[in-house]
Design a protein around this ligand. Structure first.
Ligand code: MF3
Ligand code: CO
Length: 255
């Protein structure tokens, strides 16, 4: 109990800054989502992200992060997270692709991801995306004053495992604010009623990663792309979320 560090509490002014960053991420999502179709390259999707950042006077928290070469991550099919956009990655009908975007405005960070189908997708792929979306929604619901960090992981784990999918445990969500990655780690498994107390003004990036098969991952020789160890397809969803007196507030949305 004495070793549990509390999560930073943002003032109303600080939250307003984070909302501005989140709004840019929400716009990147909307523009990129519209462009996802068979034949598009993930490089083209990255260019859309760069265009939004430039127009909004925002900068990228991904570009140059430990040498990362793009402003989005684009992770198709068995790529769980951190897929590098490329002219050689051409999305095809039936694929699923996870798009992760971030932005910095006035020093404040936003970070969010979604998974979409490419053209018509099969029933298993639709279920995968629906479960990842439902897991994120359940985790967001847990972002209430007086709740616990463990409630978030428990919510994700319950939704994912009760649907017969697996939670990828090798990566986590995180605190976010003046840096993209701050303490604490936000695990996608856990026990409700345990862990650090959540307070109004806390902001966390929550990011369930779901596999149709194994929860084990491998990293490609490019040093970034994280794949499921058995080639199962996977989905990733993420929002930057604030705890407020009026309940959870998703910051990474356009409206
Ligand atoms: N946005 C990712 C996360 O959710 C991190 C991206 S790593 C980068 O934590 F190198 F692409 F920036
Ligand atoms: Co994140």
């Amino acid at each position: 109990m004495f070793l549990t560090r509390s999560i930073p509490v943002r003032t109303a002014e600080e939250l307003a800054g984070m909302r501005r960053a989140g709004r840019v991420v929400g716009e990147m999502h909307e523009r990129i989502r519209e462009a996802i179709r068979p034949g598009v390259t993930t490089e083209a999707l990255d260019r859309i992200g760069r265009d939004v950042l430039e127009r909004r006077g925002a900068t990228s928290n991904f570009l140059g992060y430990h040498g990362y070469p793009a402003v989005i991550c684009a992770s198709p099919n068995d790529v769980v997270v951190h897929g590098i956009p490329s002219e050689d990655v051409i999305l095809a009908e039936g694929d699923v692709v996870s798009i992760d975007c971030g932005a910095i405005v006035d020093g404040w960070h936003g970070d969010a991801a979604f998974t979409a189908g490419v053209g018509e997708i099969g029933p298993q792929e639709r279920a995968l995306i629906a479960v990842a979306d439902a897991a994120l929604a359940a985790a967001i619901d847990a972002m209430v004053d007086g709740g616990r960090l463990g409630d978030i992981g428990a919510a994700v784990q319950t939704v994912v495992e009760s649907s017969g999918f697996a939670v990828v445990r090798d990566y986590t969500g995180h605190g976010i604010g003046r840096a993209m990655h701050e303490d604490p780690a936000v695990h996608n498994t856990g026990r409700a009623g345990t862990g650090t107390r959540l307070r109004s003004g806390n902001v966390l990036a929550i990011e369930p990663m779901v596999s149709t098969g194994t929860d084990e991952t491998v990293v490609l020789a490019d040093g970034w792309s994280v794949l499921t160890a058995d080639g199962s397809w996977s989905a990733h969803t993420e929002h930057t979320v604030a705890v407020t007196d009026d309940g959870p507030e998703v910051l990474t949305v356009l409206s």
